[in-house]
Write a protein that binds this ligand. Sequence first.
Ligand code: GLU
Length: 283
Amino acid sequence: MTFTTRFAPSPTGPLHLGHAYSALLAHKMARDAGGRFLLRIDDLDQSRARDYWEQQIYDDLTWLGIGWDGTVLRESDCLETYRKALIKMNNMGLTYACTCTRRDIAAAASAPQEGVPEFGPDGRIYPGTCRDKAHQTSEAAAIRLNIAYAAARALPAQFTETGSAYGGTHALRAEDLTDTIGDVVLARRDMAAAYHLAVVLDDAASGVTHVIRGEDLFDATRIHVLLQRLLDLPTPVYHHHALIRDDAGKRLAKRDDARAIAKYRSDGASPQDIRAMVGLASV
Ligand code: GLU
């Protein structure tokens, strides 16, 4: 199978040095393997996605010397695929509608049990308020995955990680997932699919064999592998790389405009300067 990886930025702000590192590394790994490097625009959150930022992604990557293979995939064009997967999991009895607001969830979770974490890779662990409730279909609702049912059905499983911090084979057992992740959101009331669902469907549809991304997503990989098992999709090899941090050791955020590639560019930096800054000077 041809080594195939991708870079999947959201067009909700400028790409910064952390994105440059991720894209340069994935591009290099694809090139070294004689494989393919794809570009996907993660524009599911239409309230924040802007054409302007999308255009800047193309401009920044081109300026950095990163070309992509084939056509760009935009997640907003894949809604039908997400809908079908949600119906499939609903028919399997694995999902339920949830009308809780963030505030409801915080209030219900205000007395955490000892030894059980409050937050997981999908944010605050959902206390299960709506799990057994019947909702009117007209009510605006998010769709959640019943993680206990899903894990019992699809696990054990495993995945391979090649990044240096977590390299090796990782086993997923049902009992480890249920308490540390909670019932993940698969679709939000205002979004046809949440990130976790879209990412596994898109990677599979594009034939991605290697997912290369920041290590902040390592823990979420458990959700992705679980969804792949439920939906009969292949599990790629994962490679989570270290994050680029600012001088105070904090990871860079979208709003960290000071480290935007476009800013360095307009200040006169060269693509080679950016490569050197992220430690990929020889690429
Ligand atoms: N749009 C996601 C991000 O920028 C993509 C994550 C991924 O590569 O899976 O965080």
